[in-house]
Design a protein around this ligand. Structure first.
Ligand SMILES: Nc1ncnc2c1ncn2[C@@H]1O[C@H](COP(=O)(O)OP(=O)(O)OP(=O)(O)O)[C@@H](O)[C@H]1O
Length: 289
């Protein structure tokens, strides 16, 4: 399996470390999960060779990120804000990006195949201004697929999409992840859960945890509990430690973080969202390597 090895990466803006000595092994369909300002976009821009780190190395097998031109040949990138001329048609946009990528032979066939893969073939004559948010995102992925890249980097691809489009887009990414690395960033836990096999939770430019969904969920096992309380009852725990509150008839089911068992509670089987909240809010500090 191809692995992108990131070692001791550091990047600062105005003297503040936005990426702080970060090391990570990226493989398969990989999700970067982190709150706003965690450094996800900066890390993705470094991987996409758009900005240079002050320190650290990146490698895919023998290929070092210092060989920028070679890296760009095997990389597709969908930036957070993908925008293009609104009056161009889908096929014209693809043709434009294909020329930029230096694709000369079989250009039309390649474009048709990619548009079919992202389910935009029937819409190829449509103008950009007539595409829905989901279609525009699929076109963004289509241009990233040109040149059959080994790595595709997608920054917050589901932001602003409705639920149906989000689900469809996540399914597409999963399909495209067969045989290549797909790195996607989001702060929507559910998108990562449905799309990715491997995950890293990042905050303040650091990796708080990395592993499979199951491995990450297990980090907080034994620290998450559920307790039913009536509406009249006072909160038995500090409100800031509540993960969720569900109303069941006249009662509430609290799901909460606690370092220890609270009388009348049940230990919950933990999930990725529990781990994300416990780690990013600093309730629990643990690294998985
Ligand atoms: N060009 C820049 N100049 C100065 N500061 C920057 C620049 N780019 C990013 N930052 C800062 O670096 C930090 C990390 O930003 P980054 O966009 O990488 O985070 P993020 O995890 O992608 O967040 P979001 O989900 O909000 O996009 C933030 O504090 C941001 O303000």
């Amino acid at each position: 399996m191809n692995t992108l090895s990131i070692n001791q990466l550091t990047k600062s803006y105005a003297g503040k470390k936005v990426i702080d000595n970060l090391s990570l092994e990226v493989k398969g369909t990989f999700g970067l999960l982190g709150p706003n300002g965690a450094g996800k976009t900066t890390l993705m821009k470094i991987i996409a060779t758009l900005i240079k780190p002050e320190q650290g190395t990146l490698h895919l097998n023998d290929l070092s990120w210092q060989q920028t031109d070679q890296v760009r040949e095997i990389l597709g990138y969908l930036p957070q804000h993908f925008s293009i001329y609104k009056s161009l048609r889908v096929d014209e946009v693809m043709n434009h990006f294909a020329l930029l990528k230096g694709i000369k032979e079989n250009r039309e066939t390649i474009i048709q195949e990619i548009l079919a893969a992202v389910n935009l073939l029937d819409d190829r004559k449509k103008k950009i201004k007539h595409l829905s948010g989901g279609m525009l995102r699929r076109l963004g992925i289509a241009q990233a697929l040109l040149g059959d890249p080994k790595i595709i980097v997608v920054d917050e691809p589901t932001a602003g999409l409705d639920i149906d489009e989000r689900v469809r887009f996540c399914r597409l990414l999963r399909k495209l992840g067969e045989g290549r690395i797909i790195l996607l960033s989001t702060h929507i836990v559910e998108d990562i859960e449905t799309t990715c096999d491997y995950i890293a939770i990042i905050k303040n430019g650091n990796v708080l945890a990395t592993g499979t969904k199951k491995e990450i969920a297990e980090i907080v096992q034994g620290h998450v509990y559920e307790k039913k309380i009536t509406m009249a009852e006072e909160m038995p725990i500090e409100e800031e430690h509540i993960i969720s509150t569900k109303q069941i008839g006249d009662d509430y089911l609290l799901r909460y973080f606690s370092p220890e068992f609270l009388l009348g509670s049940t230990e919950a089987v933990t999930n990725l969202e529990d781990a994300y909240l416990c780690l990013t809010r600093g309730w629990l500090t643990q690294h998985v390597h």
